[in-house]
Write a protein that binds this ligand. Structure first.
Ligand SMILES: NC(=[NH2+])NCCC[C@H](N)C(=O)O
Length: 299
């Protein structure tokens, strides 16, 4: 029997201000999903909150690299300490963000334990790094860069914490739900990162696509894998409450099937949920859907 622990990582340090003088509302994701009864619905133990530093970009300007780099580095180590403790205890962390930069905490924690993979269910690869700025624009927001950083691309202050770069090997990463025609696809595939786009998932079926992708994410290669879920993998018609809504996303039934196969694999060691922003969801409908999908994934 798996023992789930619900842990909040309400950091918004990896996103740009949604409007001048405001901060990203993703830090409220954890509270909103908990208010949907997630702790009880998961039958999870209370894991508490890893409290993030203040959102303050100071005098950062375009060209200065990743903003909040020092705060993100410190937070990643603290979050990794917490996640590592649960993994070592044989518990299964369900980590509520926050923006996608919290994936770095999970990846660093796993790297301390050995070789693990990542199944990222995300509308975009979050693969911006200094080598592809011609395609993706300048680095800055870590929430659009965490896969690049975790695979050892980009500034060492984030990509090489504890001298452990890369936290994830390219060959141990699986991406699901990147939009067809995404500008990063060619580079991802050239790097050996396996991607199932929305169109490919639809063609093959979400279950078969997920099962095939799990090949190779088991011993003797990787010991197991983490699931990173960005709410923006869903189509904006059902999940408009994200910072970068992008049409052509997965529908709830497709995500349910995908998530079900991945999190119920005995090799899955934990999951994080990111990007849903309650400020953009006045009637709470998108949050209720997300809670249903997360709670419903565990059999
Ligand atoms: N949903 C996200 N991952 N948002 C973070 C990044 C958003 C934006 N596309 C960027 O790369 O700057």
């Amino acid at each position: 029997m798996r023992s789930l622990v619900l842990l909040d990582a309400p950091s918004n340090l990896g996103l740009r201000p949604p409007a001048p003088g405001t901060v990203p509302g993703v830090y409220k994701l954890a509270g909103a999903l908990r208010d949907q009864g997630l702790l009880a619905r998961l039958g999870a133990r209370e894991g508490g909150v890893v409290v993030p530093p203040r959102y303050d970009r100071g005098d950062w300007k375009e060209g200065d690299g990743v903003f909040h780099a020092d705060a993100l580095a410190a937070y990643t180590v603290t979050l990794a300490d917490r996640i590592e403790r649960h993994l070592r205890a044989g518990e299964f962390p369900v980590v509520l963000g926050g923006d996608c930069s919290i994936q770095l905490g999970a990846s660093l924690a796993m790297r301390r334990l050995g070789r693990y993979g990542l199944a990222a269910i995300d509308g975009s690869a979050d693969f911006r790094h200094p080598g592809n700025e011609d395609v993706n624009g300048p680095v800055g927001a870590a929430g659009g860069e965490e896969l690049a950083l975790a695979t050892g691309r980009g500034q060492a202050a984030l990509a090489d914490l504890e001298g452990r770069s890369p936290y994830l090997r390219d060959e141990d990463v699986r991406l699901f739900g990147v939009r067809d025609g995404d500008a990063d696809l060619a580079e991802l595939r050239a790097a050996g990162i396996r991607v199932a786009t929305v169109g490919e998932i639809r063609e093959r079926g979400a279950g078969p696509a997920a099962r095939t992708a799990l090949d190779g994410l088991r011993p003797p290669a990787a010991a197991g894998f983490w699931v990173h879920l960005d709410a923006d993998v869903l189509d904006p018609s059902v999940m408009p409450a994200v910072d970068s809504p992008d049409p052509g996303g997965l529908l709830p039934d497709e995500l349910a099937e995908l998530l079900g196969v991945l999190v119920n694999s005995p090799r899955c060691v934990g999951v994080n949920v990111t990007i849903y922003d309650p400020d953009l969801d006045p009637d709470g409908r998108a949050g209720a859907l997300l809670a249903d999908l997360v709670a419903g994934a565990f059999r």
